[in-house]
Design a protein around this ligand. Structure first.
Ligand code: MD3
Ligand code: FE
Length: 205
């Protein structure tokens, strides 16, 4: 479903086997070399979501190769299989394959039953190439807003396990957030309590 120009939701895109592989991969990434953590904001608060990064480490509001807020370790490399999955995702959403799509950073967000993410834009990337979002585990209420402000108008979309969402073109700088998750809605076969979201990005760095 096209939610806005360049914003395409593809429900149930990942097979359950693929979702299980992603859960296993996320468990490994969460264990290091940089541990998954609650990102600290400039005002001293911490995000309710827990995040681990591949390729580049995100801190508000920049990327670096080292995790200077958690000991300075080197960020895990961005695997080539994940870039290939990103090209498959862009093709599924837009209907055309782009071999030049080369994501170099991933953010893996983990939501426990009370985690949320406020409305924000993703503007740290110097490239306006599309962002690929993969959801695994509990469903959530995702809010897709506009480019002007974090306020209305917005479209609320329930994202479920296996869903793909691609944000490019006019939607690339839209405000968005996760209002809540729906605890216990994950397929028990995933062995996951909570929600994982994997975003693939082109940093342009
Ligand atoms: C629209 N993550 O990591 S994914 C984030 O479910 C983030 O964890 C949410 O927002 C999550 O920054 C939402 C959907 C998403 C991701 C990136 C976008 C929507 C986007 C970038 C531009 C526009
Ligand atoms: Fe975002």
């Amino acid at each position: 479903a096209v939610v806005a120009p360049g914003a395409v939701h593809v429900p149930d895109w990942l097979s359950v086997d693929r979702q299980r592989e992603l859960v296993a991969a996320c468990r490994q990434w969460a264990a290091g070399p940089v541990p998954m953590r609650h990102t600290r904001m400039p005002n001293g608060s911490t995000m309710s979501v827990q995040t681990v990064c591949l390729g580049w480490h995100w801190v508000p509001y920049r990327y670096s190769r080292t995790a200077d807020d958690v000991g300075g370790g080197q960020v895990a490399e961005f695997p080539s299989w994940l870039a290939e999955l990103g090209r498959d995702a862009v093709e599924a959403a837009y209907g055309a394959r782009d071999e030049s799509y080369e994501p170099d950073a991933a953010l893996i967000n983990f939501y426990d039953s009370s985690a949320k993410m406020g409305m924000h834009q993703d503007r740290e990337e110097k490239s306006l190439q599309p962002v690929v979002s993969l959801s695994v585990g509990d469903s959530c209420l995702f809010r897709f807003g506009n480019t002007e402000s974090r306020n209305r108008p917005w479209t609320d979309v329930r994202l479920e396990s296996g869903d793909l969402f691609v944000f490019g073109d006019e939607s690339r700088l839209a405000y968005h957030g996760v209002m809540k998750t729906y605890p216990g809605t994950a397929d028990p076969a995933l062995g996951l309590e909570g929600r994982l979201n994997i975003t693939l990005r082109v940093t342009g760095l």
